[in-house]
Design a protein around this ligand. Structure first.
Ligand code: ADP
Length: 745
């Protein structure tokens, strides 16, 4: 690893293992050169300045360089085919272009190069074949380190992978047996600063054969008025002192680093370390570079493969999940049963399904209260349907209380209109990260406030716990959550459509039924009238001929026709109720109730119960004629179904807060309405099993002659009227104590 200070690539010194010449473009006049030309060739650099390259190299070579100028770019130094001989020395020559100049680097050829050339090629080919045959990512990277080590002969070869924040992890390692392992060690992002990273992403290979070697100055020392020379791509580029000290602390004297690129981004590095200075000939470096490119191209295939497997697994889970949801009626149940499914969907440890105020917990989660407050907070942050963070406590300090279960949060909003959410939680990772040093120690703040990077004093493994952070949410997990949302929305919408259709049909058949009942009862009345009239005629005209039994039977017949007529009347009224339009007007219920009571007192003169109205009844929007009927039915029942000596009736209402505090035992979900009216009596009461049946048409609990009789339609009609007002009616009762009928509009 190299970690230099900015500006890294503008340098006025080079490594000593070669000669660097800076030539004018395209004249090839010598502008600068490394001072070690004296050591290698015994020529004083100053004597060459301003001279043509021909002074140094023979004309044929210069011509060869001139010929290749068209192909030279500013990124990859290209090696001239021939070795250059100057005096008794033989050099590999690398040439590339920098801004406004040509850089020619001469590296002494090592005798092994020629010898080893064919075996290097063979080793690389063999390595590639082997690498092609492994499928598992970890094995692949492991093999990479082994093969690179074989080819280069370094003491230690590692593959680093960078995470999204730039911190590195040693993924694979091949090393000399007696060295400590660095496998799985993590390096902070600061170890390889951004600029170095950018260079790797472009330059692919960096070689420093001797970190201890004295660097060589360029002559002349100053670049004059021109901007400093860009040596980014010079093979001999000088080494930053930080990098030297850093590696020396690790006991490393030579490094070779090969970049691994995936998706045009620096994915990681192959890093080779050697304990003593080590020169690697150009051919081998080139082979490594090639191998690096091969590894890069296989990364997507081999290493990202595991990620792909995970995505596939999530996908299949997802489709299974969606299918099972679409089959059930109860969304909540489908989401939370069986519990692990919801968690596996995004690899979370806990989840909460919030449907309005109802919160269902799965796995390891904060408390319901904490979740309620949390959703309120997220609600304000929410841009679109998804909110996620891997460090919730840093955004929402209250989460410090439950960081152990929810340092990571993924929240999915199912519906904007209704408060439907699914939340997933991940615990604090407490990543016991084995940073290869203190990530903060590499940054020193100087007395004057300036910040410099200083190398590690030690390369001891130490642990840094990354607090208040969970494992990050992966893109595929977020996608899964979003897909779940569309599935739920789709299913819910489908269900809503179906409901609407059923409702429509019901409404139609209700209307049909109403008109049928109306027609039927209307038509029934006529023949009934006939039976009644003829019976009357019979009774009157033949009274003298009929004996008592005959008269009695005729009278019963007449009574039955009367009763049947009143039943038909009820039926008629009932069916008309379904069809009639409501005429809603503000209606003073207080006045209305008093009027009804007045009428009842007249018709029930034998009973005079005590009437209690604790506070004046409010004015509401309703159809006064119909609501009058409701009060009439309820109050007349209260008058009738009472056999106590001291009878009383209470008429009152509960406002919204009273409804909550009294805990009204309404069936199903109940949310407060402005008023709930009630009519209470201290009468005979109703058995629990009849509390619902009494609202059915013609349902009576008593013989006809008891309690003043009735058709058993009063409550049915009252219920229908209330429902047409969008309200509800229900009753609480205790046998022998009394009943309380509640209703809302
Ligand atoms: P009815 O014409 O028989 O009064 P309703 O539909 O009004 O018909 O009532 C149905 C039945 O419910 C009654 O027959 C009676 O048994 C019972 N009922 C209604 N109101 C009361 C009450 N306040 N106390 C006791 N029983 C009642």
């Amino acid at each position: 690893m190299s970690h230099n200070l900015e500006p890294i690539h503008f340098s006025d010194s080079i490594q000593p293992h070669g000669i660097l010449l800076v030539l004018s473009d395209p004249e090839l006049t010598l502008l600068f050169m490394s001072a070690n030309i004296q050591d290698y060739l015994g020529i004083a650099p100053h004597s060459l300045l301003g001279q043509s390259l021909n002074t140094l190299l023979d004309d044929q070579l210069v011509e060869a360089i001139r010929q290749s100028l068209g192909e030279i770019d500013s990124v990859t130094p290209i090696k001239l085919q021939e070795c250059i001989s100057v005096g008794e020395h033989s050099f590999d020559s690398l040439v590339h272009r920098t801004e406004g100049a040509i850089i020619l680097e001469l590296e002494p050829t090592s005798p092994q190069t020629e010898l080893g050339f064919f075996s290097v090629r063979a080793s690389v080919k063999r390595a590639m074949t082997k690498l092609r045959h492994v499928s598992r990512g970890s094995e692949f990277l492991q093999l990479v380190t082994q093969e690179v080590r074989k080819i280069t002969g370094f003491d230690r070869v590692m593959v680093y992978q960078f995470d999204q924040h730039g911190a590195g992890t040693v993924m694979a390692e091949a090393k000399q047996d007696d060295l400590p392992t660095y496998l799985r060690l993590h390096y902070p992002a600061t170890d390889i600063p951004e600029q170095v990273r950018a260079l790797y992403a472009r330059g692919l290979l960096r070689f420093i054969p001797d970190l201890t070697a004295q660097s060589i100055e360029l002559v002349p020392a100053s670049f004059g008025v021109k901007q400093p020379l860009d040596l980014s791509f010079a093979v001999l580029r000088g080494v930053d002192p930080c990098c030297v000290e850093y590696h020396q602390n690790m006991g490393v004297a030579a490094i070779l680093v090969i970049a691994l690129i995936n998706n045009q981004k620096l994915w990681g590095l192959i890093a080779c370390h050697h304990q003593t200075p080590k020169f690697v000939p150009y051919e081998i470096r080139e082979a490594c570079e090639l191998l690096g490119q091969f590894v890069s191209s296989e990364l997507a295939n081999k290493v990202n493969h595991e990620e792909l497997d995970y995505i596939v697994k999530l996908r299949s889970l997802q489709s299974e999940f969606v299918e099972s949801i679409s089959k059930v009626d109860n969304l909540k149940q489908a989401l939370v049963n069986p519990a692990p499914r919801l968690l596996d969907l995004v690899s979370a440890q806990g989840a909460a399904v919030c449907l309005e105020d109802e919160i269902t917990l799965v796995g390891i989660t904060p408390t319901t209260q904490e979740i309620r407050a949390l959703t309120q907070w997220v609600d304000k942050q929410l841009g679109d349907a998804l909110f996620h963070t891997d460090s919730l406590p840093k955004l929402y300090p209250e989460a410090l209380m439950f960081k152990d279960v929810a340092s990571g949060l993924l929240l999915l909003q199912i519906s904007k209109v209704r408060r439907y959410y699914i939340l997933w939680f991940r615990p604090e990772f407490l990543q016991t990260v084995n940073w290869a040093g203190d990530p903060n120690a590499s940054i020193t703040v100087e007395a004057d406030g300036s910040i410099t990077l200083s190398p590690r004093q030690s390369f001891e493994k130490w642990q840094e716990t990354v607090r208040l952070t969970s494992l990050p949410w992966k893109a595929c997990e977020l996608e899964n959550a979003l897909d779940l949302r569309s599935a739920i929305v789709g299913i819910v919408l489908n269900k809503a459509d179906e409901l609407a259709r059923i409702n429509q049909e019901l409404e139609r058949s209700n209307q049909e039924l109403d008109s049928f009942a109306y027609a039927a009862s209307h038509d029934l009345k006529e023949p009934l009238r006939g039976i009644h009239n003829y019976s009357m005629l019979l009774l009157r005209g033949y009274e003298s001929v009929l004996d008592d039994v005959g008269k009695n039977r005729l009278q019963t017949l007449i009574r039955l026709t009367r009763r049947m007529e009143s039943l038909i009347d009820v039926l008629l009224k009932f069916s008309r109720l379904g069809q009639a339009e409501l005429h809603l007007v503000p209606t003073d219920i207080n006045q209305l109730a008093h009027q009804v009571l007045e009428d009842l007192r007249v018709s029930h003169q034998n009973v005079q119960p005590d009437i209690r109205i604790p506070r004046p009844l409010p004015t509401v929007h309703c159809d006064p004629i119909l609501i009058n009927e409701v009060f009439m039915n309820l109050l007349s029942n209260a008058f009738k179904y009472n056999d106590k000596a001291e009878q009383w009736i209470e008429i009152g209402y509960l406002d919204a807060s009273e409804q909550l505090s009294k805990g009204l035992s309404q069936p199903d979900a109940y949310s407060p309405v402005p008023f709930v009216f009630y009519v209470q009596d201290n009468g005979i009461g109703i058995r629990a099993r009849h509390l619902e049946t009494i609202f059915r048409l013609f349902k009576r609990l008593h013989e006809q002659r008891l309690y003043g009789g009735g058709t058993g339609a009063g409550l049915t009609i009252a219920k229908k009227i209330i429902e047409r007002h969008g309200g509800r009616i229900w009753v609480e009762s205790t046998v022998g104590v009394g009943s309380r009928f509640y209703f809302t509009f």
